[in-house]
Ligand binder design. Structure first.
Ligand SMILES: NC(=O)c1ccc[n+]([C@@H]2O[C@H](COP(=O)([O-])OP(=O)(O)OC[C@H]3O[C@@H](n4cnc5c(N)ncnc54)[C@H](OP(=O)(O)O)[C@@H]3O)[C@@H](O)[C@H]2O)c1
Length: 334
């Protein structure tokens, strides 16, 4: 099979490119001129197409002759709302447009996010049948990408995969900021009430994306929820369980968790945003992120993925974190 992977220079895309190339598939990586190709250059036989989702440059050329597009490119951290929408919503629309112009458009797998669906309630993980209700700018822009995919679904056979928090080798966003707390075995918690989260290890996400490309039902105009899959480790982890798993993997100790009122997260988010304006850096925390952190649960049920595409996560959080930290150690990042 000939795959085109957008976002191949990123965390998930790089892992997927390695997985598919190792299985003997032909893989073309869509990269920008500015993308760092150092890791991709190590993958034997990998082809490159240069393109940009924001301008649309190079997309018509990139999609020619491919049999499946794994669309992972996206903006996960930005200073301005327009940056999210331009890449995640409008960029996805431009990609779909390029695909729709082909005589026989290939299958498209769009890597969306649990953020596009919105938060859940404690012990009530989100399911695909529920109408999406994103609360962050990032989530709204990813839902914008889903809407674009749906608009072209009569021409481009498409499947939407919605992962929750992804971790694993190569993650430079989710886990690294927590390692300092992890080393001390002391964690802060946003809010005084219970919190639950779903996770997926990047290797499992890659398997889910492959399963979606081969076995997923495609989006249909008749049924608004068909062709969408939440993929996750099925256990909903409390924040305390997550901290314990990380603390154990780092230093074999139990975690001590100190809850802080939600308002503190908001104040830190505002402060980080203001500081970011001076340093011109994307802040680690923002008011948008604080809004996400205020929610009781970011959990989803992978039941449909199990039933329809035969996907089950192979790694639970403890095993997955041990594996991930081994990689951080090998790379000298701990
Ligand atoms: N990581 C998570 O926890 C998580 C959770 C749920 C869903 N997702 C989704 O999974 C996908 C991959 O996430 P990730 O964590 O791998 O992100 P990442 O490491 O930040 O990678 C993003 C990728 O998108 C590319 N990209 C950004 N703007 C582009 C543009 N205008 N044109 C072409 N390529 C562009 C980047 O290219 P450059 O290298 O040139 O910047 C990079 O390869 C995203 O769609 C994200 O929304 C991620």
């Amino acid at each position: 099979m000939h795959y085109l992977i957008t976002g191949a220079s990123g965390f998930v895309g790089g892992n997927l490119a390695r997985t598919l190339a190792a299985r003997g598939h032909t893989v073309t990586a869509l990269v920008r001129r500015s993308s760092n190709r150092a890791e991709l250059d190590k993958i034997p036989g990998l082809r490159f197409a240069v393109g940009d989702l924001v301008t649309g440059d190079g997309l018509d050329e990139a999609v020619k002759g491919v049999e499946c597009v794994q669309h992972l490119a996206g903006v996960v951290k930005a200073r301005a709302a327009e940056d999210y929408y331009r890449a995640n919503a409008e960029g996805t629309r431009l990609l779909c447009h390029a695909l729709a112009r082909l005589e026989r458009p290939p299958r498209l797998v769009y890597c969306s996010s649990l953020s596009a669906a919105g938060p859940a309630a404690i012990d009530r993980p989100r399911r695909e049948e529920e109408p999406p209700a994103p609360i962050s700018t990032y989530g709204k822009s990813k839902l914008g990408g889903e809407i674009a995919v749906r608009q072209y679904a009569d021409r481009v056979p498409s499947v939407i995969v919605r992962p929750p928090i992804v971790y694993g080798p190569g993650d430079s966003i989710n886990l690294p900021p927590l390692l300092a707390m992890g080393r001390l075995g002391v964690f802060l918690k946003a809010g005084l009430g219970p919190k639950q989260y779903s996770f997926i290890h990047v290797d499992d996400l890659c398997e889910a994306l492959v399963a979606a490309s081969t076995r997923g039902k495609t989006i249909s105009q008749d049924d608004p929820t068909q062709g969408i899959y939440f993929v996750a480790d099925p256990h909903a982890y409390s924040w305390e369980e997550f901290c314990d798993a990380l603390s154990h993997a780092l230093n074999g100790r139990r975690a001590r968790v100190f809850p802080l009122p939600e308002a503190v997260g908001y104040a830190v988010g505002l402060g980080s945003e203001l500081a970011g304006r001076f340093t011109k850096q994307v802040p680690l925390l923002s008011r948008d992120k604080a809004r996400e952190m205020r929610q009781p649960a970011w959990t989803c049920s992978p039941a449909r993925a199990k039933e329809e595409i035969d996907f089950s996560a192979a790694r639970d959080l403890r095993e997955g974190l041990r594996h991930t930290l081994e990689w951080y150690r090998q790379e000298g990042l701990l």
